[in-house]
Design a protein around this ligand. Sequence first.
Ligand SMILES: [Zn+2]
Length: 284
Amino acid sequence: MLRSKLTDVIVSAHVNNFKIGRSGKTVIKITPHHVAGNLSVEAIGKIFQDPNRKASSHYGIGSDGRVGSYVTEDNTPYTSSSVDNDSQAITIEVANIGKSPNWEVSDQALNKLVDLCVDICQRYNIKAINYTGDKTGNLTRHNMFSATSCPGAYLQSKFPWIQTEVNRRLGAVAPTPPKPVAPTPLKSIDVIAREVIAGKWNVGAERVRLLTNAGYNASQVQARVNEILKPPTKVTPPSNTLDQVARDVIHGKYGNEPGRSANLRKAGYDPVAVQKRVNEMLKR
Ligand SMILES: [Zn+2]
């Protein structure tokens, strides 16, 4: 009759809801689950007492941080849609204080989950948690074995933290993280801006969402779109300045050719018109 000393409440699951023994396997994994509801450890246990439930777990953790024990550790509960996983795992249901889609859990529950993981690792001589993100690691998830939202977005996001915390407490050296996969190179802002103009990124808030999800800064893209769409600025000098410019040319302000025409153009004037006026003025 193996139970963690962290157990606060024992509610034994109906014998229909777990498999006797470990099928010759040893405990080498931990699989945290989410309850998909804010149930007390007693209420979770009650569900596993239903002889037709065909489901159970070793432990449950309530939002108050208390621990319920339902199936002893020498037996195999039906928790993760994988008897192979569960025959090598301790499974833990964690209550939720939040609802779908994030299914948040309380800090008390999360901290107790770390305590329980440390206790399990120490008792089964598991040197370190190695969360690989797939079933080869020893911190596994229900959604690695079947299409389910379990363990919920929030708890799943905490798996790397759980690994770090448990290993710190075990005094274990963190396992080498898997080699980072080179991210798909992002297209340049200019290319994306042109795609936006071409209508490939929807409009309004949906556009912002799509761009953000794809890894772009939506306001940066919009700024580039605005730049592209802005008509080019033309300096059209009022006609009465033509004489002034022509006089400036005569006084050498714009230099001599070949540079003069370029200087005039840069300043927004038509060198041909200016030269014509210069010639007229000099003919007088
Ligand atoms: Zn689950």
